[in-house]
Each structure stands twice: as structure tokens, then as C-alpha cells.
Design a protein around this ligand. Sequence first.
Ligand code: NAD
Ligand code: IPM
Ligand code: MN
Length: 352
Amino acid sequence: MEQFEIALYPGDGIGPDVLEQAVRVMYRVGERYGITFKTKTLNWGYEYWKEHGTVVPEGFLDQIRGVDAILLGAVGWPAAIPDHVTLAPLVQIRQAFDQYACVRPANLFSGLQSVLAGRSPEEIDFIVIRENSEGEYIDNGGRFKLGTPDEVAVQTAIHTRKGVERILRFGFETARRRRGKLTMATKSNAQKYSYVMWDDILEELQPEYPDVEAERMHCDAAVMNLVRCPDQFDVIVASNLFGDLLTDLGGILGGGLGLAPSSNENPSREFPSMFEPVHGSAPDIAGKGIANPIAAILSLAMMLDHLECSSAARDVRAAVETALLQGARTPDLGGQLSTVAMGDAVVSCIAD
Ligand code: NAD
Ligand code: IPM
Ligand code: MN
């Protein structure tokens, strides 16, 4: 019998609600495939902060270093704590555990409508691979003459050859397993050091992947083209910040943010990987019990794939597809189901 230890980080707002449904589905497929999940719940975030004055305990990384994977709901409670404080540990986990590949599929399920009128599931099916360990998210900078008219803020992005090369290779390999097309988001027309290096490395690697058609596209044009002709995209590789922006767009093109999953992978498996929805803690609907848990459930499917439980992952995706085909809809999809009822719908679609 296979056994995995999973750290559960419910977080804030709708995070705990959507994670609860993903965990129900996890136990259900575990039962079906004889997989045992031992969980460890991390009560970090806003609630922890109220008691201790920090959102995570000191040495928090050591509490999760040894687990097989981390499953996260969402973090952030901006009414009480500045986002850069609540969200810092999340970014630290990604960087400390070298989870350099953030994989964010965007595909429209049958029976759902995109915000783009008339688009079919065949036309919206792409993956954004976001560089997740460096770039614009490095904690490097400072503020000088704080609060004065002469105030200066410096925040430096760091792009390394090693970091760019490995994420591009990850993208090429992914494209090879799909429709063989890679688009790299750049901005080398304005950022003459960092993105010109990205361009150079793409060009250097291309001959090693003759079966993949690679192109670069300025990120502003990519945003426009994703709306104009989403069917032209297969795999997109982007820097940390560009990838962040493109994946909220990917979420909405694919039917809504409540459906969009994400992984933060450490491909060498030296450290645990983390799985979480693309969306945040949605304070506007928190506490109402109406958040869509599908993004969290599909993030679970990505975790199962990473743990090499591919039949279980396939079952979870199939159950989501069936539940949606049967008309299960939370309010964000135009329906009336609660978070729990949507979880019920998916659980009931998992075959015995
Ligand atoms: P958000 O993703 O939380 O919400 C954007 C919109 O999408 C809202 O209208 C929300 O109601 C809706 N939405 C999101 N998820 C949904 C779901 N599962 N079901 C139905 N509707 C859903 O983005 P935001 O409002 O910009 O950010 C809120 C907080 O979350 C902030 O603190 C932000 O920093 C944080 N955040 C955290 C993560 C994360 O934990 N990975 C990601 C993004 C934002
Ligand atoms: C995401 C989020 C995060 C990011 C925040 C919470 C730091 O928007 O996972 O997309 O910017 O990476
Ligand atoms: Mn984001």
C-alpha cells in the first residue's frame, strides 16, 4: 500500500473551504486505489497572526521540508494584514524548495462558456509555465528616505542563465508531449538586459528541440493574442511576474478563476512540491460557502500526477468533467451549488 505525507495549508478566506473539498476527494480516490494519505495541517495565516503576531512560526520551512507534497488553499486577508506580509511565506516556500516550475493549465471544459464568445474546448487549451524561483519575485531592494518627498524605492529583478535555461527546457519538454508549440513571453524591446538574455537562451536551445516550433512574443502582444486567437497557443513560458499576469487571464479564458489549478514543482524532487489554485482568498465571497472548489480539486489531481498516482489523477479529472457535464455549477459558473455541494458532486462521480 502506498503512503504519502501531505502538508495541508488551508490559509485564509475561501482557502480552507476549497481545500476541504479537495481533501475529501483525495481520501475518496485514496480509498479506491489503496493509497494512504497522512496529513499535517498548518494553521498559518491570518488566524495564526491574531494569536502570535506573525503569519507563520519561526523555522516554518523545517516543518514541511520532509513531506511528500504540500496542498494549499489560498492566502491573504488584506483587510487586516498587508498582502506582502501574508504572502511572503508562500513565495519563500516556492524559492526555498526550488519549486522553479509553476505549471498552470488553462482549458475550457465541455459545457462551460468562456468569456470569449463562441470559443470551444478545442480552441482554449494551453499551459503557462511560469518561472517560479527568481525574476521579479526575488526579495531584493529597499526604500530610502521613507515617507519624505525624496523617497526612493529600488526593487531588482534577477534573471540567471541557469534559471532561464531550465524553465525553457521544461517548456520545450512539455511542448514535445503536447502539440509541439512553444511561445516564450518576452519584453526585449524595452528590457534590454534581462529579456534579451531570455531571447538569446531560447535561440541557443531551439536546435536541441527540432520537433518543437518555438517563437517569442512580447508579453503585451501575448495578452492581446490570447484574447484574439487563444487557439494559436500550446505552451507558454514566462518569467515569474509575466506568468502571474498571464495565468489570471488563462483562468478566465478557461471558464473562470474558480477552475484554474496550479503546481509549484521541484522537478529534481530534492524538496517537496506544492499544489494550489491560481486564485486567491477571494475576500468578497469568503464565509458565504459559495466558492468553487474545482481549482483546488484539479490542483489535487496535479499533485497525484506528481506523486506518480496517475490513475487516481485521471479519475479526479474525469469526475470533475462528469460533474460539470451533469450541470453542477457554483454561482461563479452561473449556478447555485454551495462549495460543499460541488464537492459532493465531484465525489459522487468518482467510480467505485
Ligand atoms: P482572488 O483570486 O482572490 O479573487 C478574484 C475574483 O475571483 C474575486 O471576485 C473572487 O470572488 C473570484 N474568485 C476567486 N476564486 C474563486 C473561487 N474559487 N470561486 C468563485 N469565485 C472565485 O484575487 P484578489 O481578490 O485579487 O485577491 C484576494 C487575496 O488573495 C489577496 O490577499 C491576494 O493577495 C491573495 N492572493 C493569494 C493567492 C494565493 O494564495 N495563491 C493568489 C492570488 C491572490
Ligand atoms: C499567484 C499569486 C501569488 C503570486 C501571490 C499570492 C504572491 O498571485 O500564485 O498567482 O503573485 O505568485
Ligand atoms: Mn496570481
